[in-house]
Structure formats: structure tokens, C-alpha cells
Design a protein around this ligand. Structure first.
Ligand code: NAD
Length: 518
């Protein structure tokens, strides 16, 4: 069978792009050479000072134009994303496009305050001064993005980086070069000045070349294995790295959950985008007293999920990346051999393209691959637990910590469990949607990543901070400036008192009196 994305082995010069829906070849995409990657970074470097020196309002105008282009061209963009990934058109609109104008609108309101110089307090010893925190853009940001949400996960970091005065070089996934192309089209149509946004296409070697170039930060979204390599390469310089990596999200169903709502949510949050989400529900931990009833509801919902091409009337499309199908099959096979039960689906669908049936696996144990590793496919693994305590213990005893959720009618219990979950995000009676609130920071703990974007952090993470202190020159020399001759005992006594929060009388003597104004 044709693969969705192969780099031709002869010269590694093109990406051959195949349709996930039909298996047909859609086209070839030039792989940027290391020299072309360097040139793109040089263009971004050259454009940086003028872009940085624009006012926030002026940069925001460009971003408003980006939002307009995305809204006006929604049909075209959804069609291209679907062609690239196989996802249904509504899925493309909901999960790839919607957030763009939403985030820009949010940042229009919040960015002026978030990025403004901030006055901060001084301790007693420094009470005659004023202190501030200022922010300034880092420079050229290298963005390396994955194939599962190839539009959104390139656009959002790029918008945050650009808004804050940085210039950008994007290297999208080799699996989804069409989406990389339309991201560049959107910025082009928004009329960004030459060199402010730059696209290079290619595979891992192109990404590695970008990290080697003269960039000031790398924003990486992808697998843990690649994240480690990116961090190691960035450490040589060193430059800051943000890593948005994998997940294995826990979904805790308590004894008092609304089981019908929870089952519908699990089906959507585990099967949307064909389960190819870092925030997919991949471990459903159900308290034993409600386990069987929950599984019955889940089966009812999932058996109604229809699979097909983006232009068919369906809930789920094909998988985007052919290699991922192998992982899904391997996890199901290993789980079955170790005693798990496939109660629905569990197989490829007999038609052209990369289609897999929506799958429920029960009797999953914590030593199975399907529990330990990211499956990243349309599979809902269910684990029976004794009680909520065992559920939260198991949720936390895992390498990943991206998002999670707790299902209970007792909101207090839900919030307590949510606070105890070792993850970057956790919802009560909801799943995945917190990522759509632009005011909430997003990112992982443990192997799920380092750093945050979205929310205020989504802007500040592309800025350096500068501490500023001002002395208005009203006092003479500081009491601890040289010389100490004859002042030693007094200095020791005074500063020991200061450590306890008191200004001793002797301090006034040590302080030189204010200069007389002329
Ligand atoms: P991947 O790690 O295979 O590739 C990601 C990107 O890195 C691609 O553009 C690839 O070409 C590039 N790359 C590969 N080797 C490189 C190297 N040595 N140096 C620099 N760049 C290199 O990941 P993927 O398969 O595209 O994406 C799926 C993974 O991404 C899953 O693990 C998923 O959970 C994760 N993900 C995380 C988030 C998040 O926000 N936390 C979001 C989406 C996906």
C-alpha cells in the first residue's frame, strides 16, 4: 500500500504526499536544503529589528487580518486540511480553525496589560528605589510542528511569537506538507512584511538543521523521543526550548458520575480526530461499582460512530499517518494476548485508505503496552479500579501528565481529585475542552513536556524578562558601599536587625543624609 508520506530515498529532496483517504499520490513537496533553512533564518533575522520596533497595536493589526483571512477562507482551509489529514470537514473547522480568531481576539484584550512594564515592590533595604519588570522579544523563533493538528499547532505558537515582536521560521511535519503550505498562505494573505514569517518544508533532518541555525528559541510539538533530541541540540548553544509532547490522559469515572454524559464524553474525547490527539482519553479508570453500566453506555455511543471520508456524513475519518496504524494494531494485539477483551472494533476497515474501526478494550492492566505507551488511535482502553483512591494513584503513576478529567456529581470531590492529578490540565465533568479557553495556560508535566503556551504565559514564553531598578539620586552613598573603616560593628548590628525586618536606629546614622538640593 502506498504510504501517506515518504521522503524519496535517492536524494531526500522531496516529500511524496499520499491521500489518507484513497491512498493516491497527491503531489511532491520540495525538502528545504540546510542552506535554504539557513537562508530562511537569515531572512527572519533581517526582518526582526523593524518588526520588533513596531508598536504592539501595529502588530496586532496584522494579527486581526490573520483572523479575518482564517474566517473568510474557512471552507478552503478546511478542505485543504482534510485533504492532508483525512479528518472530517467539521473536525477541521472545530479543532484547527476555530481557535485562531478566538485566541487573537483574547490577546487583543489582554496583551497590552500582560506585556506592559510592571512595577514591583522593594524590600525594606531598597525602599528608596523603584523596581520594574520589562519584557522584550527573543528574536527568531524556530517552530517545529506535528501532523495531528498541523494547522492549529503551527498557527497558534506562530501568532503568539509574532504578536510579541519575534520573527518566525516554521518547519511543519513531513506527513502534512499541505497544511504547512496553507499556514504560509494565511500569513502571506495577511500582508506580513517580508521575512517576518518563513516556511521551510522537510523531515527530521530539516528540523534538526533549523535547531542548529542562528535561532533564539525553539518551540517544539511532537513525540517525547524527538523532544529529547531537540532539547539536546538546543542545549549545545544553549537556547530556550519549549516542549509540547505526548500524553496518555486519565479519565476517572467515580461511583456517583453521570454515566451517560461521561460515556458520551469519553467516546468523543477518545475518538475525535481518530484518537490522534495528545489530549486524547487513553486510560478510562472506572470504579468497579459502576464499571459494567458505564461500559454498556460506552458501547452504545461508540457503536453509532460512523467512519468515512471527509466528504461523507461521518464522525470519524481515516488515520493520518500509516505508521500509527501499526502501533494501534500492535497495542491491541499485545493487550489481547495479555488478557484484555476487545468489546468493539479492533481492526482495520476493508477499504482503500487508512481506516480503523472505533475500538473499546476492557480488562486493561497497567503492564500492557496499551496502558503504558501512547496509542494515538481510535481506541478506548477501560480499566476497572476498586475506588477513586486507586484511580488517582494509577492516574499519577505514569510517565505522562498532559491533561485528565474526573467525572462525579460531587463537585468538591471532583475538584479535590483534579488538584491531586499530576497533569498540566484537569477538568471536572468535561474533557479536552479546557485547551480551547485562550485564558488557560496549556502544557504538560513529566514526559508530557516543558513550558506553557496559551493564556498570559503564551505571550510571556516568547519574551525575555528584564529587571529594572531606578534610584532617583536623592540619597548619598549606600551604607554598605566602601569604605567600612570604623563602621564594622555598627554595620554588622544594623544588617542583622534588617534581616529580621527592622530598621535599627543606627541605620539612620549609617545612611548618609540626602543631598541638599541646590
Ligand atoms: P514527531 O516527534 O515524530 O515529529 C514532530 C516534528 O519534529 C516533525 O515536524 C518532525 O519532522 C520533526 N523532527 C523529527 N526529528 C527531528 C529532529 N531530530 N530535530 C528536529 N525536528 C525533528 O511527532 P509527530 O509524530 O509528528 O507528532 C505526534 C506526537 O506529538 C505525539 O506524541 C503527540 O502526543 C504529540 N503532540 C503533542 C501535543 C502537545 O501540545 N503536547 C500536541 C500534538 C501532538
Amino acid at each position: 500500500m502506498a504510504t501517506a508520506a515518504n521522503t524519496s530515498e535517492a536524494d531526500l529532496r522531496v516529500i511524496e504526499k499520499y491521500s489518507p483517504v484513497t491512498g493516491e499520490k497527491l503531489g511532491e513537496y520540495h525538502i528545504s536544503t540546510p542552506e535554504e533553512v539557513e537562508e530562511a533564518v537569515a531572512r527572519a533575522r533581517k526582518a526582526f529589528p523593524a518588526w520588533r520596533d513596531l508598536s504592539l497595536e501595529a502588530r496586532m493589526k496584522y494579527m486581526r487580518k490573520v483572523a479575518e483571512v482564517v474566517s473568510e477562507d474557512a471552507d478552503y482551509l478546511c478542505a485543504r486540511i482534510s485533504e492532508d489529514t483525512g479528518k472530517p470537514l467539521f473536525g477541521a473547522l472545530l479543532t484547527e480553525l476555530m481557535t485562531i480568531p478566538l485566541f487573537i481576539e483574547h490577546y487583543e484584550k489582554t496583551a497590552p496589560k500582560v506585556l506592559a512594564r510592571k512595577k514591583v515592590k522593594n524590600p525594606l533595604l531598597l525602599s528608596t528605589k523603584k523596581s520594574y519588570i520589562e519584557y522584550f522579544p527573543m528574536g527568531v523563533i524556530g517552530i517545529i510542528s506535528p501532523w495531528n493538528f498541523p494547522f492549529q499547532l503551527a498557527m497558534l505558537p506562530a501568532i503568539s511569537a509574532l504578536m510579541t515582536g519575534n520573527t518566525v521560521v516554521l518547519k511543519p511535519s513531513e506527513v502534512t506538507p499541505i497544511s504547512g503550505e496553507i499556514v504560509a498562505e494565511v500569513f502571506d494573505r495577511a500582508g506580513l512584511p517580508e521575512g517576518v514569517f518563513n516556511l521551510v518544508q522537510g523531515d527530521g533532518s530539516t528540523g534538526a538543521a533549523l535547531v542548529e541555525c542562528d535561532i533564539d528559541k525553539v518551540f517544539f510539538t511532537g513525540s517525547v523521543a524527538t523532544g529529547r533530541k531537540v532539547m539536546a541540540a538546543a542545549a549545545k548553544k544553549p537556547i530556550p526550548v519549549e516542549l509540547e509532547l505526548g500524553g496518555k490522559d486519565a479519565f476517572i469515572v467515580c461511583h456517583d458520575a453521570d454515566l451517560k454524559r461521561a460515556a458520551k464524553a469519553a467516546a468523543w474525547a477518545g475518538l475525535a480526530n481518530c484518537g490522534q490527539m495528545c489530549t486524547s482519553v487513553e486510560r478510562i479508570l472506572v470504579v468497579e461499582s459502576v464499571h459494567d453500566e458505564f461500559v454498556k453506555h460506552l458501547q452504545e455511543v461508540v457503536s453509532e460512530v460512523r467512519v468515512g471520508a471527509p466528504d461523507e456524513d461521518v464522525e470519524m475519518g481515516p488515520m493520518t499517518f500509516p505508521k500509527q496504524l501499526d502501533t494501534v494494531e500492535a497495542h491491541i494485539k499485545q493487550a489481547k494476548e495479555a488478557g484484555a477483551e476487545v468489546v468493539l472494533g479492533g481492526h482495520r476497515i476493508d477499504r482503500d485508505g487508512q481506516f480503523f474501526s472505533p475500538t473499546i478494550v476492557t480488562n486493561v492492566k497497567d503492564d500492557m503496552d496499551i496502558y503504558v505507551e501512547e496509542t494515538f488511535g481510535p481506541v478506548l482502553p477501560v480499566i476497572k479500579v476498586k475506588d477513586e483512591e486507586q484511580a488517582i494513584r494509577m492516574a499519577n503513576d505514569h510517565q505522562y501528565g498532559l491533561t485528565g478529567s474526573v467525572w462525579t456529581k460531587d463537585i468538591k470531590r471532583g475538584l479535590k481529585l483534579a488538584s491531586r492529578m499530576e497533569s498540566g490540565q484537569c477538568s471536572v465533568n468535561d474533557a479536552v475542552q479546557s485547551v480551547g479557553n485562550p485564558a488557560l495556560p496549556f502544557g504538560g508535566v513529566k514526559a508530557s513536556g516543558i513550558g506553557r503556551y496559551h493564556g498570559d504565559e503564551g505571550l510571556l514564553s516568547f519574551m525575555h524578562q528584564k529587571a529594572i531598578m531606578v534610584d532617583y539620586g536623592m540619597m548619598g552613598p549606600e551604607p554598605f558601599w566602601f569604605p567600612y573603616k570604623g563602621k564594622y560593628p555598627e554595620l554588622m548590628g544594623a544588617f542583622k536587625s534588617l534581616m529580621k525586618g527592622n530598621i535599627p536606629k543606627s541605620m539612620y546614622k549609617l545612611l548618609t543624609m540626602p543631598k541638599k538640593s541646590k
